[in-house]
Design a protein around this ligand. Structure first.
Ligand code: UDX
Ligand code: UDX
Ligand code: ADP
Length: 469
């Protein structure tokens, strides 16, 4: 197997494949990186702009390498043929029908990519799973390869899951906590692992590059996402308790996080987690546990998702009860639609659940997000299949317009700009009493209450009342 890689191909020019391989090209000028996709439009955007995904710093990286050692093309066969190492970064959505519908990962894109690779390969290749896949997918890939390859062509399969978070993808890729590379415990397997280790060693310290067996690597990705999501569900569960007791979830999280065994990060309470990974990967893990006849383990992890659903609907219930138990025809401004700040991605965004529940109550919604396109919002809201479609929705390009004459503002995404809006001006333009529901704990309740707002924040109750000041 080639241990000195000079040509890399990446199948799938999405949120994972695009930024990951752009950074590899940036850090390894001696390696030619070709990113391919079946979507002609996506490839056109990568080549001509605007880039198909919003990610701080990505434009600079692509700008430095594109045409030098970074190429985007739909000519999949040629890119595979010339590469020594191929990343598979295609999507693995949740199955919508058949066995495991709603839980299991749909591996049809992985299988299609594998078959494309084996059909186009006339020399030995290292195949690297980048997409998050169920544990033991590498076995399926190997079996397809073995049964279809040309004589004298061999493959090695590695698992190299991506841990980047959207919104910080470039920073995460440039200074990763760790790089995980799983491979077969054979001499050829070790060679393949070493070839990939060498690529990352161009910018990642050796001690941060971990090699394991294939199944540990595949499972670690699901495990990491499950444990991260579990932290959020844990803190969100405590946020309900805080509201009921008068404790403050930010104070509790800080106090708890100072314990070095727990740590301070990833303890921010909110309206619930979203994004393409957590929900999908936990359900994937739950399905895996069920298939392996481990019902107690499946039940344990399923609770993380159930609590997340509870948190989202709990937030909506809080909105409705505070607005005198009816939002019918009330105008509510939704601030933020992306699943987190600094991304235009709306996959599994909690904002959509909030919108869905409020539309069911006949509210009139005006929505503002600084990055998410109006087409994307309309597509997402249409997918709810509400009887009135999108007729009760106004999409705004100006945040102050969105808030005008609203009865309430609902913060669904923690965009920095929401912290510094002119809330006096907004207050004056709203119907009274004017409410703010902060689903991301980014606003200053004292200041807002001084202006005249009624403020409700997840994990915080109204201030203590006492005759003594
Ligand atoms: C996640 C993992 O972090 C990453 O390692 C993995 O590779 C893919 O999935 P991502 O979904 O892009 O990344 O973003 P992340 O920052 O993890 O946020 C996920 C969701 O959790 C967001 O909706 C975010 O708002 C929410 N979140 C995160 C909280 O509610 N509180 C927190 O403290 C952190
Ligand atoms: C615990 C808390 O750590 C401490 O902060 C609190 O004040 C009191 O409760 P303790 O019960 O004395 O302290 O010991 P700890 O080290 O936390 O272990 C508790 C149990 O968890 C033990 O049975 C230990 O074997 C087990 N444990 C701990 C594990 O199984 N795995 C671990 O990684 C850590
Ligand atoms: P992720 O968040 O995992 O990166 P995306 O949906 O953003 O997921 O990206 C996956 C990309 O993979 C899409 O652009 C899709 O068109 C592409 N893709 C899926 N199957 C194939 C395939 N067989 N060949 C090439 N590209 C593919």
């Amino acid at each position: 197997f080639p241990t000195h890689i000079t040509k890399v191909c990446c199948i799938g020019a999405g949120y994972v494949g695009g930024p990951t391989c752009a950074v590899i090209a940036d850090r390894c000028p001696h390696i030619k990186v070709t990113i391919v996709d079946i979507s002609v439009e996506r490839i056109r955007l990568w080549n001509e702009g605007p880039l198909p995904i919003y990610e701080p710093g990505l434009e600079e990286v692509v700008g430095r390498c594109r045409g030098r050692n970074l190429f985007f093309t739909t000519d999949v066969t040629r890119a595979i043929e010339e590469a020594e190492l191929i990343f598979v970064s295609v999507n693995t959505p949740t199955k919508t029908s058949g066995l495991g519908a709603g839980m299991a990962a749909d591996l049809k894109y992985i299988e299609a990519a594998t078959r494309m690779i084996v059909d186009a390969s006339t020399s030995n290749k290292i195949i690297v799973e980048k997409s998050t896949v169920p544990c033991r997918t590498a076995q399926s890939i190997l079996t397809i390869l073995e049964n279809n390859c040309r004589p004298n062509v061999c493959f090695q399969v590695l698992s190299n899951p991506e841990f980047l978070a959207e919104g910080t993808a470039i920073a995460d890729l440039q200074a990763p906590d760790r790089i995980l590379i799983g491979g077969m415990n054979s001499p050829a397997g070790k060679d393949a692992q070493e070839a990939l280790v060498k690529i990352y060693s161009n910018w990642v310290p050796r001690k941060r590059i971990i090699t394991t067996n294939l199944w540990s690597s595949e499972l670690s990705k699901l495990a990491a996402n499950a444990m991260l999501a579990q932290r959020i569900s844990s803190v969100n569960a405590l946020s309900a308790l805080c509201e009921a007791t008068g404790a403050d979830i930010d104070e509790v999280a800080t106090a708890v996080g100072w314990d070095t065994r727990i740590g301070p990060n990833f303890l921010k309470a909110g309206v619930g987690f979203g994004g393409s990974c957590f929900h999908k990967d936990i359900l994937n893990l739950v399905y895996l546990c069920e298939s392996l006849n481990l019902p107690e383990v499946a039940h344990y992890w399923k609770q993380v998702v159930d609590l997340n659903e509870y948190q989202k609907t709990r937030f909506v219930r809080k909105i409705i009860s505070n607005l005198f138990h009816t939002v019918s025809n009330k105008r509510i401004a939704i601030l933020g639609f992306a699943f987190k700040k600094n991304t235009g991605d709306t996959r599994e965004t909690p904002a959509l659940t909030v919108v869905d529940c409020l539309l069911a109550e006949d509210a009139q919604l005006s929505i503002y997000d600084p990055v998410v396109s109006h087409e994307q919002m309309l597509e997402d809201i249409s997918s709810l299949r509400r009887p009135n479609g999108t007729s009760n929705i106004t999409l705004n390009t100006d945040v102050y317009e969105a808030c005008k004459e609203a009865d309430a503002l609902v913060v669904c995404t923690e965009w920095d700009q929401f912290k510094t809006l002119d809330y006096k001006r907004i207050y004056q333009s709203m119907r009274k009493p004017a409410f703010i529901f902060d689903g991301r704990l980014i606003l200053d309740p004292i200041e807002l209450r001084q202006i005249g707002f009624s403020v409700e924040i997840i994990g915080k109750s109204q201030p203590i009342t006492s005759a003594w000041k």
